[in-house]
Design a protein around this ligand. Structure first.
Ligand SMILES: *Cc1c(COP(=O)(O)O)cnc(C)c1O
Length: 374
């Protein structure tokens, strides 16, 4: 019968999906608030560390964050469209600062050099008064104005009064993964010098901010007026001191399964050979979806509450899992990572298997993976 209904196995499988868990973001903001009296900026750059800037921002603001942080002015557009009317700061701005858009969207911008400030002044719409945070290099040599050039930057900002309004002074801690106040002390001191110079130069009150997640969780001396929390929102604590809750779950379908005899070579290059008769399940995500190809032994996924090891090489679109005696049917759903613990790997587990940090796992999930909110 050519026109018979297709067999059930051809129905749509559960598509590979990255789920954002807003309740986890809420819990993580609550933990940050317990660690500081400063205001909390929810940093949602890189599309909310891969989990959706609007979704992450909404949960963070509901939990008490009062600022949003981004790294390009245009990222403010969907946030404003979602109705968030809190202050937003954009730093880095790799394509330059879109001054007109910053004014239109009501976005503060960070400026870390005389050159950048001159460009901003040249681009600023007449009479607008772009709100600027002066960015001091507090020890990273990766953006921000060196202390030696700080007074020249202040002179330039003074000359540009009316076109720009200095409302903040910021630095960034270079030793984010060391939960040791002593390593932060030089940056704290440097920022204090920078702030004092701004006040002496006759600018009005400024908002001072330095700490990211690690400083916010571990070192009150870095808190100043505001802490900028990004990784912490999604459950990553670079300081490894605080139990945060993972805000992501990555699920993917089993697309094929088979019982294979001992001696079966699996995947490209036959990098794995089955040492016994076993069941294999092919899961429909690969390196194009963000599964690191550089995995060490030990990587696995959870299916029905059981951890099964990946075997053979990661392909562009698939990985193969050895499910042993268990015959896992096509259509079963594998959990690649999630916050549950137990059989379910964490984002941190994947980072360990790949020799990287959890940030790169989360921000590396491919664009063809569907997104959901759970
Ligand atoms: C990314 C970033 C943050 C947030 O850092 P996390 O460790 O992810 O919290 C804070 N400040 C600046 C300048 C950043 O670039």
């Amino acid at each position: 019968m050519l026109l018979a209904a297709p067999p059930a196995t051809l129905s749509r499988l559960h598509p590979p999906t990255l789920w954002t868990l807003p309740e986890a973001v809420t819990r993580n903001v609550q933990r940050a608030r317990a660690a500081t009296d400063a205001r909390i900026m929810a940093v949602v750059k890189a599309d909310g560390y891969g989990l959706g800037a609007v979704t992450v921002a909404r949960a963070a603001l509901a939990a008490g964050a009062t600022w949003l942080g981004i790294t390009a002015v245009a990222e403010a557009v969907p946030l404003r469209r979602a109705g968030f009317d809190v202050p937003i700061l954009s730093w880095l701005n790799p394509a330059g600062i879109d001054a007109a858009l910053a004014v239109e969207q009501g976005v503060d911008v960070a400026v870390g050099s005389v050159e950048e400030l001159r460009q901003l002044v040249a681009d600023a719409p007449a009479g607008a008064g772009v709100r600027v945070h002066l960015h001091l290099d507090t020890g990273m040599a990766r953006g921000g104005c060196p202390l030696d050039d700080w007074s020249a930057l202040l002179d330039e900002a003074r000359a540009a009064r009316g076109r720009v309004e200095v409302v903040g002074v910021m630095g960034h801690l270079p030793r984010a993964d060391e939960a040791d106040p002593a390593v932060n002390a030089p940056a704290v001191l440097r920022l204090r010098h920078g702030r004092d110079a701004v006040l002496r130069a006759g600018f009005g009150p400024v908002l001072v901010h330095l700490a990211a997640t690690s400083g916010a969780l571990t070192d009150p001396a870095t808190h100043a007026d505001l802490v900028r929390v990004g990784a912490g929102l999604v459950g990553i604590d670079p300081s490894l001191t605080t139990a945060l809750t993972g805000a992501a779950r990555f699920t993917a379908p089993v697309v094929h399964s088979a019982l294979v005899p001992a001696g079966t070579a699996v995947g490209y290059g036959g990098a794995h050979v089955a040492d016994r008769a076993t069941h294999l399940a092919v899961v429909g995500v690969g390196y194009a979806d963000g599964i690191p190809r550089e995995l060490a032994r030990g990587a696995g996924v959870a299916i029905d509450g059981v951890r099964h090891p990946l075997v053979g090489r990661v392909s562009m679109d698939q990985v193969v899992v050895d499910t042993g005696a268990a015959a896992v049917p096509r259509g079963a759903v594998a959990t690649v990572f999630g916050p549950e613990g137990g059989a379910v790997p964490s984002v941190q587990d994947w980072a360990g298997w790949a020799g990287t940090i959890p940030h790169t796992i989360l921000t590396g999930i491919g664009s063809r993976v569907e997104r959901g909110i759970a």
